[in-house]
Design a protein around this ligand. Structure first.
Ligand code: SF4
Ligand code: SF4
Length: 296
């Protein structure tokens, strides 16, 4: 009998959308015990389309916003000059605040020389929902997802709250946003491992290189899942070999899996035998984490 694996935080990311990142995250979540699925793709969470979780709690995600008192403010302009995000504009009659641009950094309050000219209020930018999803082989999968309000541009606070839903001692699977911008960085930061899902095409290679660069800066060990591995070229495989990045799972294209996906049916539900592949992937990830931790 094998010993239970230690709880870990595993981010599943991709340099670009449409590579099968959520497919891998969902099927991993449905194949191994004692895991929690957190959907950090807060601009377009879609894990729920496959898991159909029963939601038990909702949290409003609120961020700080400066509030100005025109009666006290002298229009000196120091706050607008200090704002890195151009979220303030000083006019002769008042200081305008642009909430969509504000990053809640607090610098304007810090630099304002007039007591009481700036105070702080909050505003809602999204929600985080938590619940459980039934697993067809038995048991419940803890699930949480974030949803950024339409028109909002700052996903990071919502992602932070999604990550706060982690419930030890579960291993946490973080379904990251696509790309390599701040939302992806916020999801991968501090994880024990980052699984990068890509496809064997020049676009896949280009975006994989960017994503690997992020994981290296963050000091998070990474490995690759090569989706639709029989379509395309050898560029990704050659790159991984040259940069000592393990390819932990190859997924050849199967039309029936694409059809199941389009009907919202996870692969391991359509083909239960596929669970073994994801269980092997899970063990391979833990072996990579252990190897990284033992590296001098
Ligand atoms: S720094 Fe303070 S006093 Fe000056 S314009 Fe901004 S809010 Fe008004
Ligand atoms: S809190 Fe930061 S981002 Fe927002 S208005 Fe003030 S200085 Fe600009």
């Amino acid at each position: 009998m094998t010993a239970p694996l230690s709880p870990r935080t595993i981010a599943i990311a991709s340099g670009k959308g449409g590579t099968g990142k959520t497919t891998v995250a969902i099927n991993l979540a449905l194949s191994v015990p004692n895991v929690q699925y957190l959907d950090c793709d807060v601009e377009a969470p879609n894990g729920h389309l496959f898991l159909h979780p029963a939601i038990h709690t909702h949290h409003d995600v609120r961020v700080a916003l400066p509030q100005l008192d025109d009666a006290v403010c002298t229009r000196c302009g120091l706050c607008a000059d200090a704002c890195e995000f151009n979220a303030l504009a000083v006019t002769p009659r008042r200081v305008l605040v642009f909430p969509d641009l504000c990053h809640s950094c607090g610098v304007c309050t810090y630099v304002c020389p007039v007591a009481g000219a700036i105070s702080e209020t909050t505003r809602s930018i999204g929600t985080v929902s938590s619940g459980t999803a039934a697993i067809t082989t038995g048991g419940q999968l803890p699930v949480a997802q974030g949803l950024l309000n339409i028109g909002e541009s700052t996903a990071v606070p919502v992602i932070k709250m999604v990550r706060q839903q982690a419930q030890p001692p579960f291993t946490v699977l973080l379904d990251a946003p696509p790309g390599t911008a701040c939302p992806m960085v916020e999801t991968v930061r501090g994880a024990d491992f980052c699984l990068l899902v890509t496809e064997p095409t020049p676009f896949g290679l280009n975006d994989l290189e960017l994503a690997v660069g992020v994981t290296r800066v963050l000091g998070v060990p990474c490995g690759v899942v090569l989706n639709r591995s029989d379509l395309g070229d050898a560029g990704v495989t050659d790159y991984c070999r040259e940069h000592d990045i393990p390819i932990l799972l190859d997924i050849p294209f199967q039309r029936e899996l694409a059809e199941a996906y389009s009907n919202g049916i996870p692969w391991v539900v359509a083909q239960p035998a596929a669970r073994a592949q994801f269980q092997a992937l899970f063990h391979a990830i833990h072996a990579q984490i252990a190897a990284a931790e033992n590296r001098p």
